[in-house]
Design a protein around this ligand. Structure first.
Ligand code: NAG
Ligand code: NAG
Ligand code: NAG
Length: 389
Protein backbone atom coordinates (compact mmCIF):
# COMPACT_ATOMS: atom_id res chain seq x y z
CA UNK A 1 0.00 0.00 0.00
CA UNK A 2 2.94 2.25 0.58
CA UNK A 3 3.26 3.70 -2.91
CA UNK A 4 -0.42 4.60 -2.92
CA UNK A 5 -0.15 6.57 0.27
CA UNK A 6 2.97 8.18 -0.99
CA UNK A 7 1.48 9.34 -4.22
CA UNK A 8 -2.22 9.81 -3.56
CA UNK A 9 -2.82 13.42 -2.86
CA UNK A 10 -5.03 14.47 0.13
CA UNK A 11 -7.55 15.87 -2.23
CA UNK A 12 -7.98 12.55 -3.99
CA UNK A 13 -8.02 10.54 -0.78
CA UNK A 14 -11.05 12.48 0.46
CA UNK A 15 -12.88 12.02 -2.75
CA UNK A 16 -16.00 9.86 -2.22
CA UNK A 17 -17.17 7.99 -5.22
CA UNK A 18 -20.97 8.12 -5.72
CA UNK A 19 -22.78 5.06 -4.37
CA UNK A 20 -25.17 3.37 -6.77
CA UNK A 21 -28.19 4.62 -4.79
CA UNK A 22 -26.89 8.17 -4.94
CA UNK A 23 -26.02 7.69 -8.56
CA UNK A 24 -29.63 6.70 -9.28
CA UNK A 25 -30.76 9.74 -7.27
CA UNK A 26 -28.47 11.97 -9.27
CA UNK A 27 -30.02 10.63 -12.42
CA UNK A 28 -33.50 11.21 -11.05
CA UNK A 29 -32.75 14.76 -10.07
CA UNK A 30 -30.94 15.37 -13.31
CA UNK A 31 -27.63 16.25 -11.70
CA UNK A 32 -25.79 19.02 -13.43
CA UNK A 33 -23.46 17.88 -16.22
CA UNK A 34 -20.63 19.99 -14.86
CA UNK A 35 -20.55 18.15 -11.52
CA UNK A 36 -20.55 14.79 -13.20
CA UNK A 37 -17.66 15.87 -15.39
CA UNK A 38 -15.66 16.89 -12.36
CA UNK A 39 -16.21 13.48 -10.76
CA UNK A 40 -14.97 11.77 -13.92
CA UNK A 41 -11.92 13.97 -14.15
CA UNK A 42 -11.07 13.23 -10.51
CA UNK A 43 -11.42 9.49 -11.16
CA UNK A 44 -9.15 9.91 -14.14
CA UNK A 45 -6.61 11.84 -12.07
CA UNK A 46 -6.67 9.09 -9.50
CA UNK A 47 -5.96 6.47 -12.17
CA UNK A 48 -3.18 8.35 -13.90
CA UNK A 49 -1.62 9.11 -10.49
CA UNK A 50 -1.58 5.44 -9.60
CA UNK A 51 -0.24 4.51 -13.01
CA UNK A 52 2.52 7.07 -12.70
CA UNK A 53 3.40 5.66 -9.30
CA UNK A 54 3.44 2.09 -10.49
CA UNK A 55 5.54 3.10 -13.45
CA UNK A 56 8.01 4.82 -11.16
CA UNK A 57 8.22 1.80 -8.87
CA UNK A 58 8.71 -0.50 -11.87
CA UNK A 59 11.49 1.74 -13.16
CA UNK A 60 13.14 1.71 -9.75
CA UNK A 61 12.91 -2.08 -9.57
CA UNK A 62 14.35 -2.37 -13.06
CA UNK A 63 17.16 -0.03 -12.09
CA UNK A 64 17.96 -2.05 -8.98
CA UNK A 65 17.53 -5.62 -10.13
CA UNK A 66 16.89 -5.68 -13.85
CA UNK A 67 18.85 -5.35 -17.02
CA UNK A 68 18.04 -3.82 -20.37
CA UNK A 69 19.77 -6.82 -21.92
CA UNK A 70 18.35 -9.54 -19.75
CA UNK A 71 19.96 -12.90 -20.47
CA UNK A 72 16.74 -14.97 -20.68
CA UNK A 73 15.32 -12.54 -23.25
CA UNK A 74 18.56 -12.64 -25.24
CA UNK A 75 18.57 -16.41 -25.04
CA UNK A 76 15.04 -16.62 -26.46
CA UNK A 77 16.11 -14.31 -29.25
CA UNK A 78 19.05 -16.57 -29.98
CA UNK A 79 16.79 -19.63 -30.01
CA UNK A 80 14.21 -18.15 -32.33
CA UNK A 81 16.15 -15.77 -34.49
CA UNK A 82 19.60 -17.36 -34.40
CA UNK A 83 22.86 -15.97 -33.09
CA UNK A 84 24.47 -12.79 -34.36
CA UNK A 85 25.97 -13.13 -37.84
CA UNK A 86 29.57 -12.15 -37.41
CA UNK A 87 30.97 -9.63 -39.89
CA UNK A 88 33.79 -11.45 -41.78
CA UNK A 89 35.65 -8.18 -42.33
CA UNK A 90 36.58 -8.01 -38.65
CA UNK A 91 38.57 -11.24 -38.69
CA UNK A 92 39.45 -12.14 -42.31
CA UNK A 93 42.47 -10.67 -44.09
CA UNK A 94 43.56 -8.57 -41.12
CA UNK A 95 47.03 -7.07 -41.35
CA UNK A 96 49.88 -8.43 -39.24
CA UNK A 97 52.00 -6.01 -37.26
CA UNK A 98 54.96 -4.88 -39.34
CA UNK A 99 57.73 -4.48 -36.80
CA UNK A 100 59.82 -2.66 -39.35
CA UNK A 101 57.49 0.30 -38.94
CA UNK A 102 57.69 3.10 -36.39
CA UNK A 103 56.04 3.85 -33.07
CA UNK A 104 54.29 7.16 -32.30
CA UNK A 105 53.22 9.14 -29.29
CA UNK A 106 50.18 11.16 -30.37
CA UNK A 107 49.01 14.02 -28.14
CA UNK A 108 45.44 14.97 -29.11
CA UNK A 109 44.37 18.42 -28.02
CA UNK A 110 42.71 21.68 -29.01
CA UNK A 111 44.58 25.02 -29.24
CA UNK A 112 43.04 26.19 -25.94
CA UNK A 113 44.94 23.43 -24.14
CA UNK A 114 48.39 24.43 -25.36
CA UNK A 115 49.48 25.41 -21.86
CA UNK A 116 48.38 22.11 -20.45
CA UNK A 117 50.44 20.31 -23.09
CA UNK A 118 53.41 22.52 -22.26
CA UNK A 119 53.20 21.82 -18.55
CA UNK A 120 53.16 18.08 -19.28
CA UNK A 121 56.22 18.43 -21.54
CA UNK A 122 58.05 20.37 -18.84
CA UNK A 123 57.37 17.50 -16.48
CA UNK A 124 58.96 15.06 -18.95
CA UNK A 125 62.10 17.17 -18.83
CA UNK A 126 62.84 16.46 -15.17
CA UNK A 127 65.10 13.46 -14.56
CA UNK A 128 62.44 11.83 -12.40
CA UNK A 129 60.07 11.58 -15.38
CA UNK A 130 62.45 11.45 -18.32
CA UNK A 131 60.84 9.36 -21.12
CA UNK A 132 63.87 7.24 -22.03
CA UNK A 133 67.33 6.22 -20.96
CA UNK A 134 69.52 7.82 -23.61
CA UNK A 135 72.26 5.20 -23.20
CA UNK A 136 70.30 1.95 -23.42
CA UNK A 137 67.01 2.77 -25.18
CA UNK A 138 68.49 3.43 -28.62
CA UNK A 139 65.89 1.30 -30.45
CA UNK A 140 63.08 3.24 -28.80
CA UNK A 141 64.62 6.59 -29.61
CA UNK A 142 65.37 5.69 -33.23
CA UNK A 143 61.90 4.41 -33.97
CA UNK A 144 59.58 6.74 -32.05
CA UNK A 145 58.04 10.01 -33.27
CA UNK A 146 56.10 12.62 -31.36
CA UNK A 147 52.90 14.01 -32.92
CA UNK A 148 50.99 17.06 -31.74
CA UNK A 149 47.50 16.33 -32.98
CA UNK A 150 45.05 19.21 -33.47
CA UNK A 151 41.32 19.16 -34.09
CA UNK A 152 41.20 21.96 -36.66
CA UNK A 153 43.34 22.43 -39.80
CA UNK A 154 46.94 23.49 -39.25
CA UNK A 155 46.36 26.80 -41.03
CA UNK A 156 43.54 27.82 -38.67
CA UNK A 157 44.67 31.01 -36.82
CA UNK A 158 44.27 29.49 -33.33
CA UNK A 159 46.19 26.37 -34.38
CA UNK A 160 48.89 28.53 -35.96
CA UNK A 161 49.27 30.44 -32.74
CA UNK A 162 49.48 27.22 -30.72
CA UNK A 163 52.10 25.73 -33.06
CA UNK A 164 54.07 28.95 -32.77
CA UNK A 165 54.01 28.80 -28.96
CA UNK A 166 54.96 25.14 -28.86
CA UNK A 167 57.84 25.49 -31.33
CA UNK A 168 59.20 28.45 -29.38
CA UNK A 169 59.31 26.30 -26.25
CA UNK A 170 60.61 23.23 -28.08
CA UNK A 171 63.59 25.19 -29.38
CA UNK A 172 64.93 25.99 -25.95
CA UNK A 173 65.80 24.15 -22.75
CA UNK A 174 64.61 22.15 -21.00
CA UNK A 175 62.18 20.92 -23.67
CA UNK A 176 64.68 20.82 -26.49
CA UNK A 177 66.88 18.20 -24.91
CA UNK A 178 64.11 15.91 -23.65
CA UNK A 179 62.30 15.86 -26.99
CA UNK A 180 65.43 15.51 -29.14
CA UNK A 181 66.90 12.86 -26.80
CA UNK A 182 63.92 10.50 -26.81
CA UNK A 183 62.11 11.10 -30.14
CA UNK A 184 63.30 10.88 -33.70
CA UNK A 185 60.82 13.30 -35.33
CA UNK A 186 58.38 15.87 -34.03
CA UNK A 187 55.38 16.67 -36.19
CA UNK A 188 52.20 18.72 -36.06
CA UNK A 189 49.19 17.02 -37.61
CA UNK A 190 45.46 17.64 -37.67
CA UNK A 191 42.09 15.93 -37.94
CA UNK A 192 40.98 18.84 -40.18
CA UNK A 193 37.65 19.25 -38.36
CA UNK A 194 35.58 22.40 -38.59
CA UNK A 195 34.86 24.30 -35.38
CA UNK A 196 31.36 22.77 -35.29
CA UNK A 197 32.63 19.26 -35.91
CA UNK A 198 35.09 19.65 -33.08
CA UNK A 199 32.52 20.74 -30.52
CA UNK A 200 31.31 18.45 -27.73
CA UNK A 201 27.69 18.85 -26.69
CA UNK A 202 28.18 17.01 -23.34
CA UNK A 203 24.54 15.90 -23.56
CA UNK A 204 23.85 13.33 -20.89
CA UNK A 205 22.25 9.96 -21.54
CA UNK A 206 20.93 8.81 -18.16
CA UNK A 207 20.24 5.23 -19.22
CA UNK A 208 23.89 4.71 -20.10
CA UNK A 209 25.19 7.40 -17.75
CA UNK A 210 27.40 8.71 -20.55
CA UNK A 211 27.94 12.12 -22.06
CA UNK A 212 28.15 12.87 -25.74
CA UNK A 213 31.58 14.03 -26.82
CA UNK A 214 31.09 14.26 -30.58
CA UNK A 215 34.18 16.38 -31.30
CA UNK A 216 36.51 14.18 -29.29
CA UNK A 217 35.12 11.10 -31.06
CA UNK A 218 35.66 12.66 -34.51
CA UNK A 219 39.24 13.54 -33.64
CA UNK A 220 39.91 9.97 -32.54
CA UNK A 221 38.25 8.48 -35.61
CA UNK A 222 40.55 10.54 -37.83
CA UNK A 223 43.72 9.30 -36.13
CA UNK A 224 43.48 5.50 -36.50
CA UNK A 225 44.05 5.75 -40.23
CA UNK A 226 45.63 9.18 -40.41
CA UNK A 227 47.64 9.77 -43.62
CA UNK A 228 50.69 10.72 -41.50
CA UNK A 229 50.68 7.36 -39.70
CA UNK A 230 49.11 4.80 -41.95
CA UNK A 231 52.03 3.70 -44.12
CA UNK A 232 54.83 4.43 -41.72
CA UNK A 233 53.77 3.51 -38.19
CA UNK A 234 52.68 0.25 -36.58
CA UNK A 235 51.24 1.59 -33.28
CA UNK A 236 50.61 4.87 -31.58
CA UNK A 237 50.12 5.76 -27.96
CA UNK A 238 47.19 8.19 -27.59
CA UNK A 239 48.30 10.39 -24.74
CA UNK A 240 45.90 13.16 -23.78
CA UNK A 241 47.42 16.27 -22.15
CA UNK A 242 46.21 15.09 -18.72
CA UNK A 243 48.11 11.82 -19.05
CA UNK A 244 51.38 12.27 -17.22
CA UNK A 245 54.46 10.23 -16.39
CA UNK A 246 54.89 9.04 -12.80
CA UNK A 247 58.25 7.29 -13.40
CA UNK A 248 61.16 7.72 -15.75
CA UNK A 249 61.70 5.56 -18.86
CA UNK A 250 57.96 5.53 -19.37
CA UNK A 251 58.33 5.77 -23.15
CA UNK A 252 60.59 2.75 -23.17
CA UNK A 253 58.09 0.81 -21.04
CA UNK A 254 55.15 1.69 -23.30
CA UNK A 255 57.20 0.96 -26.41
CA UNK A 256 58.07 -2.48 -25.00
CA UNK A 257 54.43 -3.12 -24.18
CA UNK A 258 53.43 -2.32 -27.77
CA UNK A 259 55.61 -5.21 -28.97
CA UNK A 260 53.60 -7.82 -27.06
CA UNK A 261 50.66 -9.40 -28.88
CA UNK A 262 48.70 -8.47 -32.00
CA UNK A 263 46.19 -6.21 -30.28
CA UNK A 264 44.07 -3.32 -31.56
CA UNK A 265 43.85 -1.45 -28.27
CA UNK A 266 45.91 -1.93 -25.13
CA UNK A 267 45.28 0.28 -22.14
CA UNK A 268 44.24 0.61 -18.55
CA UNK A 269 41.05 -0.27 -16.72
CA UNK A 270 39.83 2.34 -14.29
CA UNK A 271 42.15 2.12 -11.32
CA UNK A 272 39.98 4.06 -8.88
CA UNK A 273 37.02 3.23 -6.69
CA UNK A 274 33.75 3.05 -8.63
CA UNK A 275 31.53 6.06 -8.17
CA UNK A 276 27.75 6.26 -8.14
CA UNK A 277 26.24 5.66 -11.55
CA UNK A 278 22.64 6.33 -12.51
CA UNK A 279 23.04 4.02 -15.54
CA UNK A 280 20.92 0.94 -16.07
CA UNK A 281 22.37 -2.54 -16.29
CA UNK A 282 24.33 -3.66 -18.27
CA UNK A 283 25.85 -0.24 -19.01
CA UNK A 284 26.99 0.43 -15.45
CA UNK A 285 29.02 -2.79 -15.14
CA UNK A 286 30.26 -2.54 -18.73
CA UNK A 287 31.55 0.88 -17.81
CA UNK A 288 33.44 -0.55 -14.86
CA UNK A 289 35.22 -2.92 -17.24
CA UNK A 290 36.04 -0.37 -19.91
CA UNK A 291 39.55 0.16 -21.21
CA UNK A 292 40.33 3.86 -21.12
CA UNK A 293 40.94 5.61 -24.45
CA UNK A 294 44.44 6.69 -23.46
CA UNK A 295 45.90 3.54 -24.88
CA UNK A 296 48.18 1.98 -27.47
CA UNK A 297 46.41 1.40 -30.81
CA UNK A 298 47.30 -0.55 -33.90
CA UNK A 299 47.52 1.55 -37.07
CA UNK A 300 45.88 0.71 -40.37
CA UNK A 301 44.50 -2.78 -39.71
CA UNK A 302 41.43 -3.03 -42.00
CA UNK A 303 39.77 -5.37 -39.47
CA UNK A 304 40.12 -2.79 -36.71
CA UNK A 305 38.77 -0.04 -39.01
CA UNK A 306 35.79 -2.20 -39.82
CA UNK A 307 35.21 -3.00 -36.16
CA UNK A 308 35.25 0.71 -35.29
CA UNK A 309 32.75 1.46 -38.07
CA UNK A 310 30.44 -1.17 -36.60
CA UNK A 311 30.86 0.38 -33.14
CA UNK A 312 30.09 3.89 -34.33
CA UNK A 313 27.03 2.79 -36.23
CA UNK A 314 25.61 1.72 -32.88
CA UNK A 315 27.18 4.35 -30.59
CA UNK A 316 28.02 7.42 -32.68
CA UNK A 317 28.47 10.07 -30.01
CA UNK A 318 29.56 8.75 -26.62
CA UNK A 319 33.18 8.89 -25.52
CA UNK A 320 34.96 6.64 -28.03
CA UNK A 321 36.45 4.37 -25.39
CA UNK A 322 33.19 3.64 -23.58
CA UNK A 323 31.47 3.13 -26.95
CA UNK A 324 34.06 0.56 -28.00
CA UNK A 325 33.56 -1.24 -24.72
CA UNK A 326 29.75 -1.01 -24.69
CA UNK A 327 29.80 -2.70 -28.07
CA UNK A 328 32.47 -5.24 -27.22
CA UNK A 329 30.96 -6.38 -23.91
CA UNK A 330 27.36 -6.42 -25.13
CA UNK A 331 25.96 -9.97 -25.01
CA UNK A 332 24.08 -9.32 -28.22
CA UNK A 333 27.53 -9.15 -29.85
CA UNK A 334 28.84 -12.21 -28.09
CA UNK A 335 29.88 -13.94 -31.34
CA UNK A 336 31.83 -10.84 -32.38
CA UNK A 337 33.38 -10.92 -28.93
CA UNK A 338 34.58 -14.47 -29.53
CA UNK A 339 36.46 -13.28 -32.63
CA UNK A 340 37.84 -10.04 -31.20
CA UNK A 341 38.27 -10.33 -27.43
CA UNK A 342 42.01 -10.97 -27.83
CA UNK A 343 42.36 -7.67 -29.73
CA UNK A 344 41.65 -5.68 -26.59
CA UNK A 345 44.24 -5.98 -23.88
CA UNK A 346 44.67 -4.57 -20.45
CA UNK A 347 48.05 -3.36 -19.28
CA UNK A 348 49.32 -2.02 -16.00
CA UNK A 349 52.04 0.05 -17.66
CA UNK A 350 49.57 2.94 -17.60
CA UNK A 351 46.79 3.70 -15.11
CA UNK A 352 43.49 5.49 -15.57
CA UNK A 353 42.73 7.49 -12.44
CA UNK A 354 39.72 9.55 -13.54
CA UNK A 355 39.07 12.68 -11.56
CA UNK A 356 40.20 11.17 -8.26
CA UNK A 357 43.14 12.90 -6.61
CA UNK A 358 46.10 10.85 -5.46
CA UNK A 359 49.23 11.25 -3.52
CA UNK A 360 51.96 10.49 -6.02
CA UNK A 361 54.25 8.55 -3.69
CA UNK A 362 51.39 6.33 -2.66
CA UNK A 363 50.43 5.87 -6.27
CA UNK A 364 53.93 4.64 -7.11
CA UNK A 365 53.96 2.14 -4.27
CA UNK A 366 50.41 0.92 -5.05
CA UNK A 367 51.21 0.53 -8.75
CA UNK A 368 54.82 -0.67 -8.88
CA UNK A 369 54.75 -1.52 -12.63
CA UNK A 370 52.95 1.60 -13.78
CA UNK A 371 54.79 4.36 -15.63
CA UNK A 372 52.10 6.86 -16.61
CA UNK A 373 48.76 7.94 -15.19
CA UNK A 374 45.75 9.52 -16.81
CA UNK A 375 43.44 11.76 -14.84
CA UNK A 376 42.93 15.09 -13.28
CA UNK A 377 44.73 14.19 -10.09
CA UNK A 378 47.41 16.82 -10.48
CA UNK A 379 45.02 19.69 -10.99
CA UNK A 380 43.57 21.88 -8.29
CA UNK A 381 39.86 21.68 -7.52
CA UNK A 382 39.21 24.87 -9.50
CA UNK A 383 40.76 23.49 -12.66
CA UNK A 384 38.56 20.40 -12.59
CA UNK A 385 35.24 20.22 -14.34
CA UNK A 386 34.38 19.52 -17.95
CA UNK A 387 37.50 19.70 -19.99
CA UNK A 388 37.94 18.26 -23.39
CA UNK A 389 41.05 16.24 -22.60
C1 NAG B 1 39.79 -12.40 -47.72
O1 NAG B 1 40.64 -12.74 -48.80
C2 NAG B 1 40.19 -13.88 -49.55
C3 NAG B 1 41.24 -14.23 -50.58
O2 NAG B 1 41.64 -13.08 -51.28
C4 NAG B 1 38.83 -13.58 -50.17
O3 NAG B 1 38.35 -14.70 -50.87
C5 NAG B 1 37.85 -13.24 -49.04
O4 NAG B 1 36.60 -12.83 -49.60
C6 NAG B 1 38.40 -12.07 -48.21
N1 NAG B 1 37.50 -11.82 -47.10
C7 NAG B 1 37.00 -10.63 -46.81
C8 NAG B 1 36.06 -10.54 -45.67
O5 NAG B 1 37.26 -9.65 -47.47
C1 NAG C 1 44.48 17.57 -43.13
O1 NAG C 1 44.91 18.44 -44.17
C2 NAG C 1 46.32 18.45 -44.39
C3 NAG C 1 46.62 19.52 -45.42
O2 NAG C 1 45.76 19.42 -46.49
C4 NAG C 1 46.79 17.06 -44.80
O3 NAG C 1 48.19 17.06 -44.96
C5 NAG C 1 46.38 16.08 -43.72
O4 NAG C 1 46.74 14.76 -44.08
C6 NAG C 1 44.89 16.14 -43.46
N1 NAG C 1 44.56 15.29 -42.34
C7 NAG C 1 43.65 14.32 -42.42
C8 NAG C 1 43.33 13.56 -41.18
O5 NAG C 1 43.10 14.05 -43.44
C1 NAG D 1 62.41 -2.58 -22.78
O1 NAG D 1 62.95 -3.74 -23.36
C2 NAG D 1 64.35 -3.70 -23.55
C3 NAG D 1 64.76 -4.94 -24.32
O2 NAG D 1 64.21 -6.08 -23.74
C4 NAG D 1 65.04 -3.61 -22.17
O3 NAG D 1 66.42 -3.52 -22.33
C5 NAG D 1 64.53 -2.34 -21.48
O4 NAG D 1 65.05 -2.28 -20.19
C6 NAG D 1 63.00 -2.35 -21.40
N1 NAG D 1 62.57 -1.06 -20.87
C7 NAG D 1 61.93 -0.94 -19.71
C8 NAG D 1 61.57 0.42 -19.25
O5 NAG D 1 61.65 -1.90 -19.02
Amino acid sequence: MLPFNLCWSENLKNLKLPSSAKHANDKLLGIKKKRRLSIYSKTFQFNSGVLLCLGFVALLLLWFFGSLQSYPILWFQFRFRGYEKVDPFIFQNCSKVDFGRRFAVVIPFIPKQTNRVLSNLKRWASLEYFPCDTLVDSLVIESTDLFFYYDMPLDHPSVQESIHTLTRWLRKEPLQSVVSSCFHNVRFISANLSAEQSTNSYKMDFVKSSVKTEGTVRQFRAVVNHPSLINTHRHFFYMEPDHIPIRNRWLSAIFNDSLQGDFWMKGSLMRYKPRFSCAFEPYRTQYLRHINGNAIYKVGDPCFMRFLENVYREYPDFAFDTSINFYRLDLRHYITYQYTAHRFQVTEVMADLGVVRYDEDRLRSDLPNTYTAHGKFMYTEKQLGWQKY
